[in-house]
Design a binder for this molecule. Sequence first.
Ligand code: FE2
Length: 289
Amino acid sequence: MKPSEFFNTDNPLTPGQIGFFEDNGYLLLKNYLTPNICRELRDQANRLIAEFEPDSAISIFSTKNQTDTSDSYFLQSGDKIRFFFEEDAFSPDGKLKQSKAKSINKIGHALHDLNPLFREFSYHPQFAEILTALGVQSPLLAQSMYIFKQPGIGGEVSCHQDSTFLYTDPLSVIGLWFALEDATVENGCLWAIPGAHQSGLKSRFLRITGEKTNFEIYDKSEWSSDELVPLEASQGTLVLLHGSLPHYSKANFSSQSRHAYTIHVIDGVCSYPENNWLQRPQEMPFRGF
Ligand code: FE2
């Protein structure tokens, strides 16, 4: 597949779109990806799962109990392709309740460097143009995730700011979230609090000694959930998310999956602390476009 087949448009962001992002902390670009690349990325993710042989290193993803689930499999995944199960995928005897393909919460966190199709897609120069327009001086791809939001068991992702997990000084994270299937209120679309990216970072997720983690709290107040608005996104939509924007997604109790691919970009002119959970070995640093 040629890179030009990825996109329905190569129009730069308009001043109005940039202004909307700055005011609200997010921006939806509908019909941005072609149906073809959405299908190619979905097929690739499904192939990766088919080839994945779960062993004793079963890891469950949860943002509700992140410090409990931060095992070494998770903490060492910054430079790997690893597979994380849904919390509700297992019956009490520890066996999967449904097929492996329907049990995975997400794949992370270096698909963009290690898988040829995801690499070709993620490093497309068109994204660098968008990021430059949003003020990123030296965009570097820090992590990628393929999120399945499985029908029936796709778990809630509690309200958070991405800069909590990918902190830089000064803050710089921007998320690019691609709807590879329709994301609706029924199947667990993103929700966000418009404008709340301007109210500061509430916490940081820190790697402390060895493989322990902890949250450092700066603001104990809860997000006001009645201010959350749904960001429904039809297949092919690119959702841009400011790193300080509080966002979450509900569990998916519907019969429709909600596949999404997301990459998180940091600005290389900002410092990236050694106590962020996600670290790269010296021989595999974050790369730019
Ligand atoms: Fe997030």
